[in-house]
Design a protein around this ligand. Structure first.
Ligand SMILES: Cc1cc2nc3c(=O)[nH]c(=O)nc-3n(C[C@H](O)[C@H](O)[C@H](O)COP(=O)(O)O)c2cc1C
Length: 341
């Protein structure tokens, strides 16, 4: 199956909520779910795609070529590519059109990610079933997974964590920016911001590497490090929680400068090609994540579609690395890109 065939198939399946645009950039679905959801406008999402267009690649092919390696080690495992799958919930209900269930998407996602040797994150929602569904899919496939739980009140968070804890979970995440859903009448309530001391308690209780998702400032990243997090995801939830946020990749340099090598930095939001992944890594990320296009790939091509899309992005990344003179992921550096105003 080619990427074009997967997208064509998805177009027939995902209407009317997702139009399966050639370029998934938030313009056609502005102000709608799955475009933006709670944030009300598309500004924080389109900021990401617009910023990435301004980041240019510095080509240099004069060097002794020994091949290109896109492998990365993270959370105790080796991955073929630094491109992971962002957690996406509400597949069968409020976000998409219900053509497939959350369970079916999670099965396709985990099997596809596993085939491509990349890491899949799975989402959480008001229903306890949602986070369990992603974990169950990983258990069934014997694959690793990172569930990202909502910032439920600490007692409820720990209780839910105990319900899902198992050997397939190689790290636990919290999408702390989902605190913004509390007052918006969405399906998610009983969530709130969390202080460093309370986070430290949650991180300690987890017993696996902890990841905070939804960090957008150097100060926030420092607090995550103080709480004992192993990684953060620089993210605005795909522009769904707050309007007028800066592009996620634009804040990477200041966040990297603040935390140095203390934490792994992942980023998502509008990343759509191997070139975008390269830009994110050059600006300070250790890995990039992609959300909505994997949902399209899963609808249009099943597990095979997920794996094919992951391979497609990784091939593009490989090619950009070759053209910019980066033999491996660690060799991708700030001077390999320039930002045009
Ligand atoms: C429909 C939809 C549902 C999402 N559900 C979750 C979720 O349950 N948990 C979470 O941490 N993030 C969730 N996100 C945010 C994604 O994980 C991710 O941050 C975002 O989609 C990345 O941007 P991209 O889609 O432009 O690649 C959701 C995003 C969308 C579009």
């Amino acid at each position: 199956m080619t990427i074009e065939e997967i997208w064509e198939n998805a177009r027939g399946i995902m209407a009317p909520k997702c139009r399966v645009c050639k370029e998934c950039n938030g313009l056609a679905c502005k102000g709608e779910i799955p475009g933006v959801g709670a944030a009300g406008d598309a500004s924080s999402w389109t900021a990401c795609t617009e910023f990435l267009k301004k980041v240019k690649l510095n080509m240099d092919t004069i060097y002794d070529f020994q091949g290109v390696d896109t492998g990365v080690s993270m959370f105790g495992r080796h991955w073929k590519s630094p491109v992971f799958v962002s957690p996406i919930g509400g597949i069968s209900g409020y976000n998409y059109n219900g053509a497939i269930t959350q369970e079916e998407y999670d099965r396709r996602l985990i099997e596809g990610a596993s085939a491509a040797s990349i890491l899949a994150f799975v989402g959480d929602g008001a229903s306890r079933q949602q986070v369990k569904s992603g974990v169950a899919a990983a258990v069934a496939a014997g694959a690793p997974v990172v569930p990202v739980m909502k910032p439920w009140k600490t007692e409820a968070f720990i209780k839910r964590w105990k319900e899902i804890k198992c050997g397939n979970i190689i790290a636990l995440g919290m999408d702390i920016d989902a605190a913004g859903f509390a007052n918006l009448g969405t399906a998610v309530d009983s969530v709130s911001p969390r202080g460093v001391a309370e986070l430290r308690e949650i991180v300690k209780d987890a017993g696996v590497p902890f990841i905070l998702k939804g960090i957008m400032t150097a100060k926030g990243a420092e607090k995550a490090a103080e709480a004992g997090c192993e990684a953060i995801v620089v993210s605005t939830h795909g522009g769904r929680v707050i309007p007028s946020a800066p592009a996620t990749c634009s804040v990477l340099p200041e966040i990297r400068a603040a935390v140095g090598g203390r934490m792994k930095i992942l980023v998502d939001g509008g990343i759509r090609s191997g070139a975008d992944v390269f830009k994110a890594l050059a600006l300070g990320a250790d890995a990039a994540m992609i959300g909505r296009p994997f949902v399209i790939a899963g609808h249009g091509g099943g597990a095979e579609g997920i794996a094919a899309y992951a391979e497609h992005i990784n091939k593009q990344l490989c090619n950009i690395m070759l053209l910019c003179g980066a033999a491996d992921i660690r060799a991708i550096s700030r001077e390999m890109v320039r930002i045009e105003s």
